[in-house]
Design a protein around this ligand. Structure first.
Ligand SMILES: [Zn+2]
Length: 285
């Protein structure tokens, strides 16, 4: 599969990698609805019209992004974390940095499309290239989790407001919040379009972390939201191969359109190892 840093300029689909997995909650968890719960608790959880818990793709993507940010340095890759001053990473996704270099950017824009795209590529960190930024479309999509199994009930827990000075509970300021009990299982899907070597190393390292165990949702500092991944499968298509191209264009079932890419651990280990051995700033970035 051709993978060059110039790939980001392409709007054509050349290759796709599709990761499917089961996300299983080891503890209770909550994605807040932003309003009162069905149980009349103060802080509801997000439920669908049938009253079943929802795991939005946006929550998963946000968590995946922060996991990739945490492993980027170990992979010799840059992550601005949207804060140029804190990270020292020159990425135009940070508004403050963009304002500093906007004259340079305008000058690149006047030099034509290729110059402009090259400039954006040089001034965007590896994580923003993968997940997208205000000036560049991302190459990664995460769908909403598809519920496979759950306890079929929402629990309510009590919370108290803690006084920051005395660290004591303020008696009159009690509230309660909803959680979904442990054991909820979702099928999740992550799609990578025209991924570079660096993209695959980042997502692969994040998958290893999620397989071992991570957190998602609210109140994780109180022990909520722990999950792990199971049954990870990997499929993909390389459209430069005529056989794969015909199959992709003529099959109707999603799982038949893509080739089985084999064992995910081996696939991503190879890419992570290659990325770690690559000198900082080298190709693939
Ligand atoms: Zn960035």
């Amino acid at each position: 599969m051709p993978q060059t840093s110039e790939a980001i300029f392409e709007t054509r689909l050349r290759a796709r990698v599709c990761i499917q997995a089961h996300l299983v909650f080891d503890t209770a968890w909550r994605i807040g609805s932003g309003k009162e719960g069905e149980t009349l608790s103060d802080l509801g959880v997000l439920l669908d019209v049938a009253g079943r818990p929802v795991l939005p793709g946006s929550s998963l993507k946000g968590r995946l992004r922060s996991t990739c940010e945490s492993v980027a340095h170990a992979l010799n890759l840059t992550a601005c974390m949207l804060d140029h001053e804190a990270t020292g990473c020159n990425c135009v996704s940070d508004v403050k940095y963009y304002h500093r270099v906007r004259e340079e950017y305008r000058s690149a824009c006047r030099s034509g499309l290729q110059q402009r795209l090259r400039w954006i590529n040089q001034h965007t960190c590896a994580v923003c290239k993968l997940f997208g930024s205000p000036v560049m479309a991302g190459r990664l999509r995460v769908g909403d989790g598809k519920l496979q199994d759950w306890a079929d009930l929402v629990q309510v827990r009590d919370g108290v407001v803690i006084d920051r000075d005395s660290q004591a509970a303020v008696n009159v300021l009690k509230y309660d919040y909803e959680v979904v009990p442990p054991g909820a299982r979702f099928e999740i899907q992550i799609d990578l379009d025209n991924p570079t070597d660096a993209d695959q190393a980042l997502v692969g390292a994040a998958l290893f972390e999620w397989h071992a165990g991570s957190t998602v949702g609210g109140f994780t500092s109180r022990g909520l939201g722990r999950f792990h991944l199971e049954n990870i499968t990997l499929r993909g298509v390389d459209l430069s191969d005529p056989k794969q191209r015909v199959r992709f264009l003529t099959r109707t079932r999603p799982e038949e359109r893509l080739e089985d890419l084999g064992d995910w651990e081996r696939y991503f280990s190879e890419r992570i190892e290659a990325q770690v051995r690559r000198p900082e700033g080298g190709p693939g970035k």
